[in-house]
Design a protein around this ligand. Sequence first.
Ligand SMILES: *Cc1c(COP(=O)(O)O)cnc(C)c1O
Length: 432
Amino acid sequence: MFETENKNTLSTYKLGLEYALEQDRNDELKSYRNQFHIPKDAGGNELIYMTGNSLGLQPKATKSYINQELEDWANLGVEGHLEAKNPWLPYHEFLTESMAKVVGAKPIEVIVMNTLTANLHFMMVSFYQPTKTRYKILIESDAFPSDKYAVESQLRHHGIDDKEGLILWKPRKGEELLNYEDLEAILETHGDEIALIMIGGVNYYTGQFFDLKRITKLGHQYGCKVGFDCAHGAGNVALNLHDSGADFAVWCTYKYLNSGPGSLAGCFVHERHAYNKNLNRFTGWWSHNKQTRFNMRDEFDQLPGAEGWQLSNPPILSMAAIKASLDMFNEVGIEKLIEKSKKLTVYFEFLLNQLGENVISIITPKNPKERGCQLSIQVKNANKTLHNKLTEAGVISDWREPDVIRCAPTPLYNSFEDVYGLVEKLKAILNE
Ligand SMILES: *Cc1c(COP(=O)(O)O)cnc(C)c1O
């Protein structure tokens, strides 16, 4: 048994549907579920949606936010840049403050732009500056494939062999989670060869939420730049990006931030780099001083802060979907969300534990401070048939070969009843 600050210990939970329903009745955030479209089966019954870590559900308000921009475009044409209800020219600024709160940063450190992997590359243009002796990149061995491909291609771009230049932080034999002592040992040996440490803030597979501050401090001590991919962290855990001291971070908005498939991504650049005009970067007209941007002839004049990494005028329809979501996050507050999230996931863990250790094991850390809402469940002797049966039973979850189901009960729209229903269905299938 472990201790948590808000007494979400496993022993405070009870079995049975009635208990789940009671938790839902007492849930301060219960009204938010109603503000989302919950996918239904052919018979019109709501599905148990556990994949907010892959694609968040659509807020009912999103349509009207997008319609507003369609209408302004229809009625105003190009004048909408200045005359729209939410003028398009500064539209990204309407997102900055709420997004900064979600990731624990200062507004000057945050920008919504591009897509996630693109932002990762743009950040590496600035923060991966290899020299003859310091040229390696350290990532976690189970990094999200896109991140690994991006990092390898950056190595090749600089003429470095992508095997020789890549250092992997691996779990110990027979384990799934990463260990800080092992990272310290890598840095002790290779610290002066490593130009960049780039870690997934919450690992997509295990759900392990890393101590960003600890990793950053360690990396900086050895002279490395440190960045995080927070795709599985933003809207899910308290990232405190500013305090972490990280040089940069990137994340998408279509997972926990419910902004629609392929929507724009977020980017954080620490305040200490805000006014550094010597930092190498790729630029476009949107990186240029807003006051003189449209003079079109000026010498380049760098915008300070994260905004200065923008290239293009952004897709407003997608930004409208992000605004719909962030307005909701702003109203609830990330602290309240995380509080409910912890309750929901500890309850989930409590129910799963009843299935027995010889049937399942949870590979996600047991300490709620070291994870978000996701639990990655390893099922003994399972194959994809199990996942297919769960889908047939009305559960949308995520299967990772060879034997792991990832489920992410999100605090905005998932209920205790969802979690109860999921475990009951899993139990029924396992007992077949
Ligand atoms: C979801 C995810 C991606 C996806 O990248 P896109 O550029 O948005 O397609 C990349 N990295 C991580 C860690 C992710 O979780």
